[in-house]
Design a protein around this ligand. Structure first.
Ligand code: ADP
Ligand code: ASP
Ligand code: MG
Length: 417
């Protein structure tokens, strides 16, 4: 807890700052929160669609683009909105100043395109707030050890917001977005999804890591470690200033704050994955190392892995990576073809990973079998399976994404009736 005035970080996502009218509306909302007696720090994303467009530019010029230059390009989106919001706030009589990542500074490692935060010095921002100003920090970006701009991976403004909240010891980090909270699944594909008033850090972390993009995975892990109180709420609904007595969104909390415990808390899907099959490899020790070693050295994250061995002494290795990493994964696998001696490399980007998450799975069996039965009743073929303590994921053809999520939502009794 800080001194007298509550210290609040307000983060606004892409659609919330999607055009000038939205930016004006955000400025009004920030003013309202400030007028209610809070010290406010704002973090902004790029205008909706901007980052996708910038990423597309890089990919069109070269699928194997230089990650440093990618960062130089994509970080610009947030710089635009931070400046525009500062202008909109000034117009309303609220003193404000924009900050790029390097001006804070927000220090990261050198993994361009998906950099991790090292440290944030909050002194300059706190000084600015002490003078009655509202700092508007460009999310998603930082500065690496060599002084070059870095970005934190897609959805990274959430992580910027939580990290800044930790750095300035904020009382709360409010993540404003285009839905009014965290739901049992993506409310845009399941109209019967239910809003959760509270969800545990652990379950939110797992849901985010399997595709519920309402919060970036890293932001949840960081909030859990740094004990940052995070709320997800809508920037589109008009309401009074947010106070502890009036929290309209969904709070991410510790397990002991959850009263009603369910077997399955939520369902997520990810269209972000691509499937690769390295086929007909002579079966011998060391194949997995020969395939996954070079991929890991090239920073390609591998998710699900299935090895299937035929009767003729050959084996197939099937696995998933993110769609973004696919061109790099292909080029690496082609370069190790001589060493691995595989016959064929197949790739399939038209897949989706569907996952059910719930801490109740620790103590109850049967969640996975309900999932498999539900999908089989819909004739949806499962291409790969993976499990963790509180999650079961399956890989299915992309065309079944919505059907699978809706059927599972009903099967686990999550529908809002
Ligand atoms: P922002 O631009 O504000 O960061 P995002 O698009 O990154 O917004 O995240 C918000 C979106 O997350 C929602 O529009 C919704 O479609 C999606 N979403 C996926 N899973 C969930 C969930 N379980 N609860 C709420 N929203 C979800
Ligand atoms: N603009 C970035 C993205 O679209 C970061 C963010 O919105 O959180 O991924
Ligand atoms: Mg987001």
């Amino acid at each position: 807890m800080s001194g007298s005035a509550p210290r609040i970080v307000m983060k606004f996502g892409g659609t919330s700052v999607g055009d000038l009218d939205r930016i004006r509306a955000v400025a009004e909302r920030v003013k309202k929160q400030k007028d209610a007696g809070c010290d406010v720090l704002v973090v902004v994303s790029a205008m909706a669609g901007t980052t996708n467009q910038l990423v597309g530019f890089c990919q069109s010029l070269s699928p194997l683009y230089d990650a440093r230059e990618y960062d130089a390009v994509v970080a610009t989106g947030e710089q635009v909105t931070s400046g525009l919001l500062a202008i909109a706030l000034q117009k309303l009589g609220v003193p404000s100043r924009s900050f790029a990542g390097w001006q804070v500074p927000i220090l990261t490692d050198s993994q361009h395109g998906k950099a991790s935060l090292d440290s944030i010095d909050g002194a300059r921002l706190l000084g600015c707030m002490a003078e009655g100003m509202v700092p508007v920090v460009a999310g998603f970006q930082g500065v690496g050890p060599d002084g070059r701009v870095t970005t934190l991976g897609r959805g990274g403004s959430d992580t910027s917001a939580v990290a800044l909240a930790a750095a300035i010891k904020a009382d709360r980090c409010d993540i404003y977005t285009d839905v009014d909270g965290i739901y049992t699944t993506d409310p845009r594909i399941v109209p019967k999804a239910r809003k959760l008033d509270k969800i545990t850090y652990e379950e939110m972390l797992e849901l985010a890591s399997v595709g519920a993009k309402v919060l970036q995975t890293r932001s949840v892990g960081l909030a859990m470690r740094e004990r940052v109180r995070v709320q997800v709420l809508s920037s589109f609904e008009d309401g009074p200033a947010v106070t502890e007595g009036h929290l309209p969104g969904s709070m991410v909390v510790d397990e002991d704050e959850i009263v009603e415990k369910k077997l399955v808390t939520g369902i997520a899907y990810s269209r972000d994955e691509a499937k690769l099959s390295v086929r007909r490899i002579p079966d011998r020790p060391g194949i997995a190392a020969a395939i996954f070693g070079p991929l890991s050295e090239a920073n390609v994250n591998v998710d699900m892995i299935v090895q299937s061995t035929g009767a003729d002494g050959t084996t197939n290795m099937t696995f998933t990576t993110s769609k973004t990493d696919l061109p790099r994964a292909i080029s690496i696998l082609e370069s190790v073809r001589g060493a691995v001696q595989y016959e064929e490399l197949q790739t399939d980007p038209d897949i989706v990973k569907v996952s059910v998450v719930g801490s109740g799975m620790r103590s109850h069996a049967g969640v996975a079998s309900t999932m498999f039965r539900t999908l089989s009743e819909r004739s949806i073929n499962i291409q790969a399976i993976s499990t963790s303590e509180i999650k079961v994921s399956v890989l299915v053809a992309a065309e079944y994404a919505e059907l699978a999520v809706r059927a599972l939502h009903t099967a686990y009794g999550l529908d809002d009736v």
